[in-house]
Design a protein around this ligand. Structure first.
Ligand SMILES: [Zn+2]
Length: 185
């Protein structure tokens, strides 16, 4: 059962019943896809969450990492929280399919390359580790991956994250970053 299937029975659990924790007036300052339900909502302290909404309040010292339903109630806009959740899920779907995109091809040097949405990605092997190079011909952007990866697929997934980050950092309509835990390779 996902959190969205659950009735918004947030009242009473965890910090919802704790003195000094505001119920309203929170703002989402970031989102993160953990890749699996690897955390528990810090507001209700009950819901397992994969998609994390980082919530901030001027009268509370910490940022709370919450599930969609709690976040929606905290910011008094459940629809907005649902839209963020949908964006994260959409990105996760695209990421899962990214290494298998038909547009990947082998260069003459044996590297995997793809040109997508204005980016040119090269995945190459050196000393048994996989690296990535991302270029954006329209802007002259060129960057090698900082990390190296144990598998070609791991480097491909990392290139998706890098492109997503680059797209978001240039998209003023969507100013929050979707961070991810480091690629499991
Ligand atoms: Zn919660």
């Amino acid at each position: 059962m996902t959190e969205l299937d659950e009735a918004p029975g947030v009242g009473g659990f965890g910090k919802w019943s704790m003195h000094g924790v505001p119920h309203k007036g929170w703002t989402c300052v970031g989102v993160e896809d953990l890749g699996a339900p690897a955390a528990v909502c810090e507001m209700c302290e009950r819901q397992d969450i994969r998609y994390v909404h980082a919530m901030q309040h001027p009268d509370f010292p910490e940022i709370l990492h919450c599930g969609c339903i709690c976040a929606g109630h905290m910011e008094q806009d459940v629809e907005r929280a649902r839209r963020r959740e949908a964006l994260m899920k959409n990105a996760a779907r695209r990421r899962a399919g990214w290494p298998d995109r038909k547009a990947w091809r082998r260069s003459r040097q044996g590297n995997l390359v793809i040109s997508e949405r204005g980016f040119h990605v090269t995945i190459f092997e050196r000393d048994g580790r996989w690296h990535g190079l991302i270029q954006r011909p329209s802007t002259g952007y060129k960057r090698f991956s900082k990390r190296t990866y144990a598998s070609e697929r791991g480097a491909q997934l990392a290139s998706f994250d890098a492109i997503l980050f680059l797209e978001e950092s240039t998209n003023v309509a969507w100013t929050m970053s979707i961070r991810r835990s480091p690629v499991q390779d």
